[in-house]
Design a protein around this ligand. Sequence first.
Ligand code: NAI
Length: 282
Amino acid sequence: MEFLKIAVIGGGTMGNGIAHVFSLKEFETYLVEINSELLDKAIKNIGENMNRQVKKEVISAEQKESALKRIKPTVGLENIPADVDLVIEAIYENRDAKLKIFSELEKRIKPDAIFATNTSSISITELSVVCRADRFIGMHFMNPVPVMKLVEIIRGYSTSDSTFNAIKDLALNLDKVPVEVYDYPGFISNRILMPMINEAVFALMEGVAKAEDIDQVMKLGMNHPMGPLTLADFIGLDVCLAIMEVLYQGFNDPKYRPCPLLKKMVAAKKLGRKTGEGFYKY
Ligand code: NAI
């Protein structure tokens, strides 16, 4: 399958990164937001991130200019052209909101287009039931998208082989490294990462060590580039908690129970970098 026109729904952290990489690879990229202020902000972010790449000589100034021209700012789902070949949804992590988007798109977008979601934890199979389930797939990029190589490609229950192969080839074309994953809670990345972060929070709660020392052990002892508590602050403690809840409910297994300290910090709005305080102060 040939992809020429793509639509990215949501211009937040992930959506603007996804539009960034597609536009640089010469795809006509419709970036969709709910209003023009958020669109302007997303496009400004993309421009700034591309400037950084120009400075580092990863791309040329000409590449940047032509990529930005290929991004078509679009307000509202109703303004996405019906003949896009691929839709990638990257709105906030909410099952009902995502279901609503896919059922609306199903009515408008050409039947042979592929629908993908960048969800980090919601079941691909559950999202696929309101639309073309055989042409529905998870395309889970990592943050920051222009830098991180991995894309988890998640097959829902009904995802066809041709859809999987087309998306895998597309990821390779974006210079990413695709990994095939089946649809179970947390996929691979968050199923392994989040329990590690959660365990670090338990260790902190039980007074096993101070936050700095827990991070130091994992950095120097395990060669992780960032300690788990620093990483949790970066991801957002609310996001970590939401993913632990998905694992806990999805597997019905107490080993995934979210740490009470994590819950308490989310209730206190100590969400990490985005609120100025989490396990550390910013
Ligand atoms: P975000 O909150 O930064 O951005 C979401 C954007 O979607 C907002 O700008 C919002 O205005 C827009 N939006 C909401 N409803 C919309 C609609 N109906 N039409 C168009 N735009 C709409 O969220 P973020 O962090 O970019 O996450 C997006 C998705 O990616 C989530 O499913 C998340 O779980 C997943 N994800 C996030 C990662 C991260 O590190 N932030 C990493 C990997 C996946």
